[in-house]
Design a protein around this ligand. Sequence first.
Ligand SMILES: [Zn+2]
Ligand SMILES: [Zn+2]
Length: 360
Amino acid sequence: MSSVSDVPNLVEDRLMRQAVLREPRHIELVTRPVPDPGPGEVVLRVRAALTCGTDLKTYRRGHPKVPFGPFGHECAGDVVAAGAGVHTVREGDAVVPTPTAPCGQCASCRGGRQNLCERQFEGIVLGAYADYLLISEKVAATNLLGKPSGLSYIEAAFLEPLSCVVHAWDRLRPAPVEQVAVVGLGGIGLLHVRMAKAMGARVIAVGRRAERLALAARLGADAVVDTERDAIAQGIREASGGRGPDLVVECTGHPRMWVEVAGWARPGGRVLLFAGLAAGAQVAFDATRLHYDEVDIINSFHYRPNDVEEAYRLLATGVIDVRPIISGVRDLPSIVDVFASLDRGNGVKYAILPEATGWA
Ligand SMILES: [Zn+2]
Ligand SMILES: [Zn+2]
């Protein structure tokens, strides 16, 4: 027999709700104790967490770098407890973490390529779809920043995905990009549209679903190609004035698209393979295109601390306005429905708030 008194009082009992991804397409909202911070660790009260393409990939098929378990990695919140030795933040501070931090000591880190750190994913902070979140010592020491006062928690939580995009554009330096086609208009593709505009490029947005194409146009895309209606290669060529864009950014994460995008850049152009593929995936490129047209393939993964700093600056100064990318604000128990809906291709990026009352 159960009665109302069996229902735990979350606050008094120091319990919290947290979404756990058990296996593909199975999210459970569990109740567990609010964590206590150990030395160097910090506990946040989550104010906003964002859904992300990485989450959706993990939800659908698992992810080479992100284990099943506590779910969600983009968030912002308030510090409620800081462990011994934490001096950079204190109780009550509004903050934004990234989920990982480099070790600073391995060969990659010492060579300035901290995104490739051997220990990048040790101490990864997962479980942001929750009331509270434990920030590991490694992240708290390097990648836990004060929320810019002019930004909402939702906007600040874009720090991690924008850091990835900033890193990709850093990989494109110093050659100028006058025309870029962004292929795939999920949250990341739309951030690339914004970033390309901020870099002064003309942007061709390539994707499907009228609402996403309209959103890309609203974010500044100069031309759109609807992959469900238009012949894509021809559409991109025409939109670029006949020759093909200087750069094509692949944001769909489909092996077929990885190969096709290499056909769309102009001779001497570049292709940025941004969206990762499933572990073990193999792709074969048209060697003629790569060799005789000197089309360069550039890859980009994750971010370094200086990319985080630059993303922070772009958000805080309003250069990159992320608000239009949010499809809706939902409460924590809606997380199961939100992912089922994203899985069906609805919406782009949702804000999940422990108590959703509106924009936070
Ligand atoms: Zn993400
Ligand atoms: Zn390292």
